[in-house]
Design a protein around this ligand. Sequence first.
Ligand code: MRU
Length: 356
Amino acid sequence: MRTIEWDGDRDAVAMVDQTKLPGTYTTYVAETVDELVESIRKLRVRGAPALGGAGALGVALAAHRNDATDCEAFAAAVRDDAERVASARPTAVNLSREVETVLAELDAAETVAEARERTLTRAKAVCDRDVERNRRIGEHGATLLSDGDTVMTHCNAGALATVDWGTALGVVYSAQEAGKEVSVIANETRPLNQGSRITTVELRERDVETTLIPDNASGLCLQEGRVDAVVVGADRIVLDGAGEFADGAVFNKIGTYKHAVLADRHDVPFVVAAPRSTIDPETAAEDVEIEERDPSELREIYGTQNAPADVPVYNPAFDPTPMGLVDYVVTETGVFEPPLDRADIAPPDATPAADD
Ligand code: MRU
């Protein structure tokens, strides 16, 4: 199955439960908006484009669960639920963006039944479009890789972080499809270990030679010349900001920034692969909310105490990499070298239309 999709039998949102990986590959079905919001917060579904799918399907779920018969009351209740979905995680712009995309269908609907149908059709279109875009990102990005290259990646920007195929890992899969042998060094990505739990699993499923390293070994790997390119995804790309963010920034999993610094020091290309729906031209870098997660993620490791129970913790989930450290941004429309030109990278119609 796809990472996230509509379950037509139950009128619900089905997802691969990523909290169970690598041990078990199971599906979780969110039957209510509360269950979907909890799934987003707990990272059953995660990764910016997959969160876009969750946001889109979440509006359809809200429309299907709401039993108001009066159109206005129905729309108001769906909007309230949609707001809870959109704010479940703050940093990945795809979540709130695709909630808005599907909410637009409420205005066009004349009956409650039509609103349910329209939101579902639009949500499915958002998901389908994500897969198409990732395929194109992969094809463009693969041109940056040569046969025999080793890519370092951080977190998981693969099929499981998107509706399917992936962004950073999509580049690897497309290179592989083009006949290039590319291997991957996967950073473990503490504290939630998306690299070890998720990236290694999906790379091996696709027969990509994979080596897992602790995050602290990445500098040594670059120093030893083991890496030909660092390729990561993005949760939000902004185009301006103050000081070092004047040309914008890439917000991605915590630790991305230090890999960009290391790649720069070792003259290794630093590549960001993301759909244009991850680009937020409206917000300056300093105004992006960086999600802070629960201290227990550091004080405990899988339920075992890892630190004094009351030690103060700072646990940010993302960091901004200044655009000046990025060599290439790959979107579904091509490969761009920063500084990014607004006209190329984020045309005004970047937000998808239902029948796009
Ligand atoms: O906290 P997560 O697991 O949702 O963080 C995911 C990332 O940081 C990914 O690199 C990013 O969303 C790009 S996914 C194609």
